[in-house]
Ligand binder design. Structure first.
Ligand SMILES: NC(=O)C1=CN([C@@H]2O[C@H](COP(=O)(O)OP(=O)(O)OC[C@H]3O[C@@H](n4cnc5c(N)ncnc54)[C@H](OP(=O)(O)O)[C@@H]3O)[C@@H](O)[C@H]2O)C=CC1
Ligand SMILES: O=C(O)[C@@H]1CCC=N1
Length: 271
């Protein structure tokens, strides 16, 4: 399907640029990609870096058959109010905005416009994204397959009911931030234990990469893998007891619930 569709990325910031570069690496011709930006210097940067045409939002709506909305959720109402009525009915609208339901976009678009809601994450920058895809009221199986084709070069994709997208946003959308937070905190712990910062960081980085590869490649449950590290009367169990004492599991559950609630608030604020 690459090459049959013209894809416009409306609001090509961090995630939009990542999508553009992924599509180009996957063989999508630059002539079939458009980008829009709010600032002229950003437009120039994108045009030079990727050789794609950077146009205004109106031209994107008129020229593309897939419009990917990649602005922040708070910028979406003004964008859609201006752009919505100009979008042709057979255009597929793909939103990567956190929180905003497909019904928000459907409300601003001509009746019957297919809308697809996508939640990806920043590891897309190294082709290791987790991307969840859900169709709105009018999205067909073929259009969902097209969205999958767009995001597959960036990592793994999964299709889910839209009702699960706020949870996805809390889990895998924001997930990289929690992992980086953990790496940061464990590096600090290494410093407390007397290791040079760079050494502590390298130890933790490779430990995260190795543990992720074990989870992926062994097919074992995380509890089993943790038990294999936790020797009787050994060192690990002392650390685990501290994590339990400090209610780290409960803190993570509460943290993700708060992220999910924020996604719901975004929907309530803007729809
Ligand atoms: N960052 C992340 O980890 C993830 C983000 N998302 C979602 O992706 C979306 C984009 O996030 P992210 O890439 O981080 O944000 P960015 O701020 O990097 O990108 C948004 C871009 O949209 C531009 N923009 C805003 N309004 C307009 C407009 N009217 N016309 C043209 N361009 C416009 C902004 O311009 P300017 O530079 O002038 O502000 C900015 O470059 C958000 O909705 C977010 O919820 C989803 C998953 C993960
Ligand atoms: O923090 C946010 O709102 C965005 C959505 C998921 C990750 N970053």
């Amino acid at each position: 399907m690459a090459g049959e569709h013209t894809v416009a990325v409306v609001g090509a910031g961090k995630m939009g640029e990542t999508l553009l570069s992924g599509l180009l690496r996957a063989g999508w011709p630059a002539s079939r990609l458009l980008a829009t930006a709010r600032r002229p210097e950003r437009a120039e940067e994108l045009a030079v870096r990727y050789g794609v045409r950077v146009v205004d939002n109106d031209e994107a709506a008129a020229s593309a058959d897939v419009l990917t909305i990649a602005v922040k959720p708070q910028d979406a109402p003004a964008l859609l109010a201006a752009l919505g009525p100009k979008v042709a009915r057979d255009v597929v609208v793909v939103s990567i905005c956190a929180g905003l339901p497909t019904s928000f976009f459907e409300k601003h678009l001509p009746a019957g416009t297919p809308v697809i809601r996508v939640m990806s994450n920043t590891p897309a920058m190294v082709d290791q994204a987790m991307t969840a895809i859900s169709g709105g009221t009018h999205a067909t199986a073929e259009q969902l397959a097209l969205a999958e084709e767009m995001f597959r070069p960036l990592g793994r994709t999964i299709r889910l009911p839209e009702s699960q997208q706020d949870a996805v946003t809390a889990l895998s959308g924001s997930g990289p931030a929690y992992i980086y937070y953990l790496v940061e905190a464990m590096t600090d712990a290494g410093i407390l234990l007397g290791l040079p910062r760079q050494v502590a960081y390298e130890l933790i980085l490779q430990t995260v990469i190795g543990s992720a590869a074990m989870l992926r490649d062994s097919g074992e449950h995380p509890v089993k893998l943790r038990e294999a590290v936790t020797s009787p009367a050994g060192t690990t169990i002392n650390a685990i007891r501290e994590l339990e004492d400090h209610k780290v599991r409960a803190a993570l559950i509460a943290a993700l619930e708060a992220a999910r609630d924020r996604a719901r608030e975004i929907a309530a604020d803007y729809t």
